[in-house]
Ligand binder design. Structure first.
Ligand SMILES: *[C@@H]1O[C@H](CO)[C@@H](O)[C@H](O)[C@H]1NC(C)=O
Ligand SMILES: *[C@@H]1O[C@H](CO)[C@@H](O)[C@H](O)[C@H]1NC(C)=O
Ligand SMILES: *[C@@H]1O[C@H](CO)[C@@H](O)[C@H](O)[C@H]1NC(C)=O
Ligand SMILES: *[C@@H]1O[C@H](CO)[C@@H](O)[C@H](O)[C@H]1NC(C)=O
Length: 505
């Protein structure tokens, strides 16, 4: 497979951008030197890669802390883990003997790094039942505090000269980032990062004051990317030299929102222009960058993955026919799985999203026609998008996706799977069964490619190690994507149930 000619690609990075907006929503001036604010949060792959590596390092250390360890005894994996941990425990003892207070040191170190202990934070959140009952209009995004150090990607403010309508939630202009390959302009990537959604004035207002809703926090250069975005050949042998355009996610609606007029909240204007941003972005980049392109790989993760699936037909209709497009969604396969109290959290979420953001033009017509009036929101559900889209999409997803396990099933352990109780692992099994059931009618058509693994994680493509190592059978995720781009459009890989969900990746 590897000797197949790889088509050219195109990567597009979301852009970032700066702007101050006054209360009448007009962008007054752009501050090119604005520094990212530390307290801001974003599910930005570059930030995530950074943070996730850190979390992994911290997780290693957390394992030796007796308090976290002991109250997770009920996990069926405890026995196995116990063995693995023996060594670490004795290390701990030795350290203690040497008079070192490891835990204290760790806390100090974290404080120094401004890093928050993920597992502890999770453990202190509300009871699971509150997750199931939670108002889906509340704001939700992964808490990541730091933005990566500026390095490779150059910020470009969307030159939306005609309409001036491609605005982030707070009215600042949309932004994308560009990384030019050194010596080729044929292979590109468009990249759409994630960050969940907002679907009420309150939550969109809160979001408008973060990276996920305003471009004014975006630095002029974007940090060192990993995984499929890495430009380091040893980390990313197939795609390291792609040109990349990276569209920052600041609309809260997976690039689908379509409110003509701004809403007013707390004396501020709030915009929902995701669909306009996507269109303005395509208007700008196609003539400007893609005139010599042969292949464009279009990658979205999480909410960006949903955005890529839902907008795939639009994007391929806009890109000239001579260019081959390859759609990849990672972590965007959200299913309507019942929470532990039988509530259907995700469908409620999508219904609110659809209503609040006036998502209409982004919906697939054939899909809308197949549902009764008032049910159009169902066309936001990935299973329906995949059924009705004319595009062939490569789906990379965990069947026990950590984000869904936490936010849709109500298992608090999701992001640190090794702390899952047997009850929580049971919820993971339910989730996997729901995914299989939802996908059954779709996999049977062979329209799409699937790489479905069982490890409890969320989004893998933008992380160095999983990108090279994660595999189903003997096929790694990087091989899977490489083959997909090379023309194998209906490879379906599904890891067997029961395969180690608490994986070490
Ligand atoms: C804390 O950790 C650092 C290295 O990470 C080590 O040099 C130092 O001795 C440790 N201090 C204590 C009190 O354990
Ligand atoms: C590329 O990655 C390898 C392996 O992670 C590392 O050893 C090397 O220093 C990196 N090269 C650059 C230029 O960053
Ligand atoms: C919703 O979107 C449709 C289609 O673009 C548009 O005609 C309509 O005016 C929008 N409604 C609002 C309230 O913005
Ligand atoms: C999808 O394909 C069908 C049948 O070929 C066609 O009628 C429809 O217009 C296409 N939809 C899009 C969005 O391209």
């Amino acid at each position: 497979m590897r000797n197949k000619r790889v088509g050219t690609f195109l990567i597009i990075l979301t852009s970032v951008f700066l702007g101050n907006s006054n209360t009448n929503g007009e962008t007054k001036k752009l501050d090119k030197n604005a520094e990212p604010r530390n307290e801001l949060r974003a599910l930005n792959p570059m930030a995530v890669a950074d943070e996730q590596a850190k979390i992994e390092r911290e997780e290693e250390k957390i394992e030796v802390l007796p308090d976290l360890f002991n109250d997770r005894k009920e996990s069926p994996h405890f026995g196995l883990r116990n063995l693995l941990m023996k060594q670490k425990r004795s290390t701990l003892k030795q350290r203690r003997k040497r008079g070192k207070t490891v835990q204290q040191n760790k806390t100090e170190k974290k404080r120094r790094n401004g890093f928050q202990d993920y597992s502890r934070e999770r453990r202190s959140v509300d009871d699971e039942r509150d997750i199931c009952n939670r108002d889906s209009r509340i704001n939700l995004y992964t808490s990541l505090k730091r933005f990566p150090k500026p390095l490779e990607f150059e910020r470009i403010i969307l030159n939306d000269a005609h309409s001036q309508k491609a605005l982030c939630l707070d009215g600042t202009p949309a932004v994308y980032y560009l990384r030019k390959a050194r010596d080729q302009d044929k292979r590109w990537m468009l990249f759409f990062p994630g960050g969940a959604w907002c679907s009420s004035k309150e939550s969109c207002f809160a979001r408008s004051q973060t990276y996920l809703g305003s471009s004014k926090f975006y630095p002029s250069m974007l940090g060192k990317p990993a995984g499929i975005l890495s430009s380091n050949r040893s980390n990313n042998p197939y795609f390291y030299d792609l040109n990349v355009l990276y569209l920052q996610y600041c609309d809260g609606s997976s690039f689908m929102g379509d409110l003509e007029k701004p809403l007013v909240y707390r004396n501020r204007y709030l915009y929902s222009r995701g669909f306009t941003i996507l269109n303005a972005f395509l208007d700008e980049i196609i003539p400007k960058y893609l005139s010599k392109a042969r292949d464009v790989v279009i990658v979205g993760i999480s909410a960006g993955g949903l955005g890529v699936m839902a907008n795939a037909d639009l994007i391929s209709s806009r890109i000239p026919k001579a260019i081959k497009v390859h759609f990849v969604s990672d972590g965007g396969l959200f299913v309507d799985v019942p929470c532990r109290n039988k509530q259907h959290v995700f469908s409620r979420w999508m219904r609110n999203l659809h209503n609040f953001h006036n998502i209409t033009r982004a919906l697939l017509l054939e899909c809308v026609a197949s549902f009764n009036k008032g049910q159009e929101w169902r066309c936001l559900m990935p299973e329906n998008v995949l059924r009705f889209t004319n595009s062939s999409i490569a789906i990379v997803n965990s069947m026990t996706d950590a984000w869904q396990l936490v936010n849709l099933k109500g298992a608090r352990c999701g992001y640190v799977a090794r702390y899952c109780t047997s009850y929580e692992l049971g919820l993971a099994t339910q989730l996997r069964n729901s995914v299989r059931k939802a996908l059954h009618p779709i996999t049977s058509t062979k329209k799409h490619s699937f790489f479905l693994y069982t490890c409890i994680r969320h989004c893998m493509l933008h992380l160095n190690k999983p990108w090279r190592v994660l595999n189903v059978g003997s096929v790694t995720v990087e091989d899977f994507i490489y083959r997909f781009v090379g023309g194998e459009k209906n490879v379906q890989l599904m890891e067997d149930p029961g395969d180690n969900p608490v994986c070490t990746l």
